[in-house]
Design a protein around this ligand. Sequence first.
Ligand code: I6G
Length: 668
Amino acid sequence: MSISDRIEQLRNQIQAYDYQYYVLDDPSVPDAEYDRLMRELLALETQHPQLLTAQSPTQRVSGTPLESFKQVQHDLPMLSLSNVFSQEELQAFDKRLKDRLHDATPIVYSAEPKLDGLAVSLLYVDGRLQRAATRGDGTTGEDITTNVRTIRSVPLKLLGSDWPTRLEVRAEVFMSRSGFAQLNRQARSKQQKEFVNPRNAAAGSLRQLDAQLTAQRPLELFCYGIGVHTGAELATSHYAILQQFKQWGLRVCPLVKRVTGVDECWRYYQQLQDARATLDYEIDGVVYKADMLSMQQKLGFVARAPRWATAHKFPAQEELTIVEKIEFQVGRTGALTPVAKLQPVFVGGVTVSNATLHNMDEVERKDVRIGDTVIVRRAGDVIPEVLRVVMERRVQGSERVVLPTQCPECGADVIRSQTEAVARCVAGLACPAQLKAGLKHYVSRSAMDIDGLGDKLIEQFVAKGLVYQLDQLYDFDQQTLAALDRMGAKSAVKLLHAIEASKATTLARFIYALGIREVGEATAQALAETFTLEELMTVDQARLECVQDVGPVVAQNVRAYFSQAENRAMIQRLREDKGLHWPELSRAVQSEGRLQGQSYVLTGSLTSMTRDEAKRKLQALGAQVSSSISKNTSALIAGDKAGSKLHKATKLGVEVMTEEMFLALLDD
Ligand code: I6G
């Protein structure tokens, strides 16, 4: 093969890998292989500079910083979108369209998330990225080509050949939440200023005169529309054009959906609102577009916005308000959480008057004082939090927050350890706040699941001194229960039945119910799959750390819990006196297995057995099988069509096993 053929082959291969990794989010080779190809290409291009082209994947980052950005006139203006804020306004929008079209048939819309990023225009000429520009004022933007070339999900060359020879793509550039968090972690560790939110971080990154800096920022993009296009026929609907985009290697948001009529629009909006907090990027609403281009043409434009599209905005998630005072709440583990008491403000769809500040480190880092004007955020069902202080509005006499030296609930000492950010009340279950929280946790659905034992009853138990240890929950009689507020003879009998029924449980639930610090449901499950309760009570730290998701801190917490004589005594009372029981699983095979201490994750489909069979075979050899990858995973066993787990394993440097390697491991 000639040098130029090899160079071409390497470029195509790397472009295909970039497409799989950055556009489809589905990498197909380990990073090491990718790096090898890139190094080979770089070496060949250095030896043969006459073969270099601007579209080579080695040429994403240009060398010299710019003096300033050139201005760009958009051939077709980049318009804005009208907004709707309610179901009624959405209905009115839909009705306006139908009236204008003189057609009452339900309209097919293409619906997609409205990203909280920056609109850009990408101009491809003969399939090559020629220019990228900001929206600017819609008519004139700035030339940010060198910066946009560094975004790996932007193809420098389109795939296929059926694209218009001149094609302007409209897209939204954004920074993922995880990318943003990592960028701020880096900034913190270098004691640099942090970015306020992903949008500001994306905007700041895109407007760097030195593209080398932009290249280091985790920018991404989704393509959502089309500007000028000549030289080829496009599909006849917006949705179909987005499918064409994908074939040309352009990244499109995977949540785009065709919906028919205003009810389906509304359903899509609600579904997206529910999913919002789980997305790795910030969105502030939904964009609906009449899907058929012929319909768009009939509807035309009003002022500077298309009539055929609108943005349905979510309620604002951030608002300004004032901190009136700061109180400390005592949690289940005794941790004191500073809570800002706020002037009530409507945010994220509800009125908020409390916002968590997490811990004193955070209060100090954010420098929140009583009297300050702050930005509060309420996203989805997440507890509202104080994002930051608006320093320009700080008034004289704003008051610093002081950590109390005594517990506000019980007066015991508060200790702030050197290693943890949290301060704790030392009283344990002698503190009524910790006792109430511990009881609520113990009876909760994922723990002992005692139906009918709600917060109000627990508060009475504690206030009246009826319960000061978990096992006393099993000592009630009908008369005592029936005499409590909101209780009668019937509900007392029902509750006694529920308490009795909860005694037949599982070990995982019981471990979780104990409320050991940082032992959540998944960890309790993993512990129960590995040890009997007797083993767990005595097992050493090192063996604990072999369990999936158990690190040194959790292991230490488990040890600390069981090393307390009163905890061991209470467990004994619960089992022997009160009769709690669970099926004992045989772990004889596991504890002797050759893969003892190893943990595996299965993904994709295997040809020689089902994933369940594979799981059982691994467990029979003593291995743990988990559903999520962490840096402690021994290997990912990847069958056909492995997706995001393969991506994550590659990122974390976890070994990836093919089915053949897995079979060899079983045979070993
Ligand atoms: O600013 C925008 C963001 C997203 C848009 C847009 C969009 O579609 C998902 N669509 C249009 C038609 C316009 N602005 C003008």
